[in-house]
Write a protein that binds this ligand. Sequence first.
Ligand code: HEM
Length: 410
Amino acid sequence: MSGSDRLFDDAVVECPHAYFGELRTDDPVHRVEGTDAFLVTRLDLIKEVVADPARFSSRTGEFLFCDQDGVAGLRPPIGEAGHDEDVLGILATADPPDHARHRAVLSGILSTASIRSREDEFRQLVDAALDPALAAGRVEWMGQVAEPLPMLMVTRLLGVADEDAPVLKAQGYASVELIGGFAADDELPALQAKLVELGPAIEAFAAARASSDPDPSTVAGLCARAVAAGDLEEVEAFGILAILLAAGGESTTSLLGAAVRALADDAGLQSRLRSDPSLIPAFVEEACRVEPPFRGHYRRVVVDTELGGVDLPAGSRLVLVWPAANRVAELGGEAIDVERPNPRQHVGFGWGPHLCVGAPLARMEVRVALERLLARTRSFTLEPGAEVRHHRSLMVRRIESLPLELVPAS
Ligand code: HEM
């Protein structure tokens, strides 16, 4: 199906990089036809936006979509359009000063040091998932590894039991699907119903609230402590739990898919990383630079202003198109290079005050999964005839299925 802007074309949704590259060069603040939304594709302009929350607010509740007739517009995930002021600004959708207060709840538990202590736990999960796959000589990487494991880690982080991971995964995926631009009208009620299925996370929070000494090693416990100390409202705690489900699962899943696909396509790079695993962290950065899991995040224009010479009326939206900015020549262009200096300068994890707070966890998960896959195989390749397609979304770039043939290490 084709929408009013090429953004919605099936071929562009499947592989947006050529279109994003054209915009970056010719029209870096591009108005999406028929809407008040602008795609920002240049690195310097994206950095200008994220640094100025007084002009460009994260508190935005409407998202691009394209209906079945190909007509583009903006709509909220739930409820009526035109109520941005009602959006509860929580963490990802908060501005100063609330944003720093919300973020403080998570910064310790998601810090690099704290995540390091969970590395063995994740390695065991990966090895357990790889055991049957290696015995079979094949794996459907997305379904068997990339989809379940990151959400299991988020579930544990929240303080929820493993068996509840699938329902939380469905909730997290539904919340991204609702803002992904292509959910049909008749799909909305079921997706919106899933949105409120936060049950296990709310129960963990309620149990922590009832405790005299909430467990500080879980997000539920940390939220309960912050509420008890008067640092957080209860509704803000619910919002933080929900955001972690939306932000922490499908994103890492997508990067796990993109990274393994890149290696399956490039036997030389694969064997280089296998023989020198110290290059894996740089490869993780390069995979996130060239194929960032999020196609963009939104900002709302607070006052009439201009960006890159384009007038922006108050109330219009910006989409910060991370993948476009990441492929600029100064960051390395289109190709993966594991010896690039300063590999973390990309914006795949965002930039500025909202820089991904879960990046240490995501980096650890992707690195460990690659380390184990490479160490336990002599090679892996895409199954002959397999067609690799991405989920149809304006928000995420996630491979739907990645069947691999595995040659186990002897
Ligand atoms: C490869 C995986 C991931 C990628 C590519 C990614 C990407 C991003 C990006 C681009 C932003 C900035 C959004 C903006 O500026 O509006 C962001 C923010 C955020 N991410 Fe991630 N993310 C990943 C994994 C995770 C994980 C594992 C978690 C949590 C467990 C997480 C939690 C968050 C949160 C809570 C925010 C909002 C931070 C704030 O507003 O201060 N992310 N992420």
